[in-house]
Design a protein around this ligand. Structure first.
Ligand SMILES: [Zn+2]
Length: 231
C-alpha cells in the first residue's frame, strides 16, 4: 500500500516540479493532442487537470501568505512540534490547503500520533496530494505536497495505523480548517430520526455528526459537541 501511494504521488511530484519551473502565471492549457508521450499519459490520469493548477510567482505567494506560512509551504520549513493549532485537540471538519484552498484532509482520518504534528492516515481524496523524494535529512523521506499549488505540507511515513498503515505528518500552518456544517435543528430531534441514520453505512460526515441528542443550541460550534471519535 505504501509503495503504491508513494508511486502515485511521486509521479504527481514530478509534474509539480516541471510545471512550477516553467510557468510564471496561471495559464489555462488547452488539450494538446500531440502530448501523448508515454510519460505524460501515465501522469495525467493521476493529477488534477492542468487548468486546475494554481501557479503563482514567488512575490505573489509572499503577498498572500504570512511569513511562517510562506516559510513552511514555499520553502519547505517545519513548524516546531506541539506549536501548531491542529497539533492537539479535536477539530471536526475538512482541512484545506492554506495556499489554494483545496480540500486535503478530513478530521475523520486524523489520529493522535504523539509526534506534535497533526497526523492523518489518508488524504480526503487520493489525488489531493503529490509526493516527492526528500533526501535533505539524515534519512530518506517522502515529502507531501498539495497537488494543486505544490505547497509543501509535510511528509508521509509507513508507520501509521490501519487500514492504510500510513502517517501523513502535516504542518498545522499549511492547513486551515473548514468545520463540518452544524446539523439543522430539526435533524437533531430524536423523534425525527431518519430511517437510514443508525445503520452505520453512511458517509464520514454523517458518522461524525450522528450522536447529537442535544437540541438546545443549533448555533453551537461543532467543536463544542462531545461526540468525539478520536483521541
Ligand atoms: Zn494548495
Amino acid at each position: 500500500m505504501y509503495a503504491r501511494i508513494a508511486a502515485w504521488a511521486l509521479s504527481g511530484g514530478i509534474i509539480a516540479v516541471t510545471t512550477a519551473a516553467s510557468a510564471q502565471e496561471p495559464r489555462p492549457e488547452p488539450d494538446r493532442p500531440g502530448s501523448a508521450a508515454a510519460s505524460d499519459a501515465s501522469v495525467s490520469s493521476q493529477t488534477p487537470a492542468a487548468g486546475d493548477k494554481l501557479i503563482l510567482s514567488d512575490a505573489e505567494w509572499r503577498r498572500r501568505l504570512t511569513p511562517i506560512q510562506y516559510w513552511v509551504t514555499r520553502q519547505k520549513g517545519t513548524e516546531q512540534p506541539w506549536t501548531g493549532k491542529y497539533s492537539r485537540g479535536r477539530h471536526k471538519g475538512i482541512f484545506h490547503c492554506v495556499g489554494c484552498d483545496a480540500p486535503l484532509f478530513s478530521s475523520t482520518h486524523k489520529f493522535e500520533s504523539g509526534t506534535g504534528w497533526p497526523s492523518f492516515w489518508q488524504p480526503v481524496r487520493p489525488d489531493a496530494l503529490a509526493t516527492a523524494p526528500d533526501y535533505t535529512g539524515p534519512e530518506y523521506r517522502v515529502e507531501v505536497l498539495c497537488a494543486r499549488c505544490d505547497a509543501h505540507l509535510g511528509h508521509v511515513f509507513p508507520d501509521g495505523p490501519p487500514p492504510t498503515g500510513l502517517r501523513f505528518c502535516i504542518n498545522s500552518v499549511a492547513l486551515k480548517l473548514q468545520p463540518f456544517p452544524a446539523p439543522k435543528p430539526t435533524d437533531s430531534r430524536v423523534s425525527a430520526r431518519p430511517q437510514a441514520g443508525p445503520g452505520g453505512s453512511g458517509n464520514a460526515t454523517a458518522a461524525g455528526d450522528q450522536v447529537s441528542p442535544n437540541q438546545s443550541a443549533p448555533a453551537d460550534p461543532p467543536s463544542a459537541r462531545k461526540a468525539d471519535h478520536e483521541h
